[in-house]
Design a protein around this ligand. Structure first.
Ligand code: PMP
Length: 262
C-alpha cells in the first residue's frame, strides 16, 4: 500500500560517489529537501542522519570505486488506495550501484541525440519518482540507438530525458535557466562553476532548436554520465561532428574537482 508504488508519490536523489566520497553532497541534500517541501512530505531524517546512513551504505560496497547511491522517499503506506492522503510515515529506500564514468577517449568519439516535444508537466524542478514521460523518452533513445532525447517545449530547448543541456556559441556557454521546466541538475551547477573557474562566460537563458543545431558545441550533464559531448542531433552533425575545445576544458576541470572532491 505504499504510495510510492501505487502513485509514484515521492521524490528521489542520485548521489555520485568517487573513491568513497560523495560529489555535491550538500547540493543533493538541499534538492531532496526542496522536493520534499514541494510535495509536503516531512523529511524523515536530519542532515546528520542522512549523511550517516548514506556513508554506511557506501562502506558496504567498498569493492566498487564509483557508486551511484539512489535514494527515494515516498509518502508512505496508507490503509486505502485513494488519491488524497493524511499524515503518513514516509518510506525510505536506498541502493548502491557501481558505475563507471566514460573515458575522455570514448567521449571524444561523440554521441548522438534526437529531439522530441517536451510533454512533461510544468513542475520539472521537482525530482519526482513519477517518471513516465522520462522513461518513454529513454526507451525511444534506446530504440534509435542514441545517447539522449533533447526536449523542446513551445519552441524552447529545455533539457533532456535524464540530463541537462548546454550549448556553446562564440565561446559562450548557454543553458536553460532554472525554473519549472528543468530539473536543477547538480552537475549543471558544477559545470557552471567549472566554466567560471576557466573564465568562460555562461548565460542561463532560453534558446530554440535553430540555435541548438547551429551551435559550435552541445553537451549534456548528469551525476552518473558527467559531461557528454553531443555531435549529432536528428541525424545532422553539430559542428561537422567534431567534439569542441570548450567541452574538453570543462571536462578536465570536472575530473580535477572529482579527484579533489570539493
Ligand atoms: N534533468 C533530468 C530530467 C534528470 O533526470 C537528471 C538526472 N536525474 C538531470 C537533469 C541531471 O541532474 P543531476 O546533474 O543532478 O544528475
Amino acid at each position: 500500500m505504499d504510495r510510492g508504488f501505487l502513485f509514484g508519490d515521492g521524490v528521489y536523489e542520485v548521489f555520485p560517489v568517487y573513491n568513497g566520497l560523495i560529489l555535491g553532497l550538500e547540493s543533493h541534500l538541499k534538492r531532496l529537501q526542496d522536493g520534499l517541501d514541494a510535495i509536503d512530505i516531512v523529511n524523515p531524517y536530519n542532515k546528520k542522519k542522512w549523511i550517516s546512513i548514506i556513508n554506511d551504505l557506501i562502506s558496504y560496497h567498498q569493492e566498487s570505486s564509483n557508486q551511484a547511491i539512489y535514494l527515494q522517499v515516498s509518502r508512505g503506506c496508507d490503509d486505502d488506495r485513494k488519491h488524497t492522503h493524511g499524515k503518513l510515515k514516509p518510506t525510505v529506500y536506498m541502493q548502491s550501484t557501481p558505475f563507471q564514468s566514460s573515458t575522455k577517449g570514448d567521449l571524444l568519439k561523440g554521441s548522438a541525440a534526437i529531439t522530441r516535444d517536451d510533454i512533461r508537466w510544468s513542475q520539472c524542478n521537482i525530482k519526482a519518482t513519477s517518471l513516465l514521460a522520462n522513461i518513454m523518452y529513454a526507451q525511444e533513445a534506446k530504440k534509435h540507438d542514441v545517447e539522449e532525447v533533447i526536449l523542446i517545449r513551445d519552441g524552447i530547448v529545455t533539457e533532456c530525458s535524464s540530463s541537462n543541456l548546454f550549448l556553446v556559441t562564440n565561446n559562450c556557454i548557454f543553458t536553460h535557466p532554472k525554473g519549472p521546466y528543468i530539473l536543477p541538475g547538480i552537475t549543471r551547477e558544477v559545470v557552471i562553476n567549472c566554466a567560471k573557474y576557466c573564465d568562460i562566460e555562461v548565460k542561463e537563458v532560453t534558446f530554440n532548436k535553430d540555435s541548438l543545431m547551429d551551435a559550435d558545441e552541445v553537451w549534456i550533464s548528469s551525476s552518473t554520465r558527467e559531461i557528454v559531448p553531443i555531435t549529432c542531433i536528428d541525424d545532422k552533425p553539430i559542428n561537422n561532428g567534431k567534439v569542441g575545445e570548450i567541452w574538453s576544458l570543462i571536462y578536465d576541470r570536472y575530473q580535477a574537482i572529482k579527484s579533489i572532491n570539493v
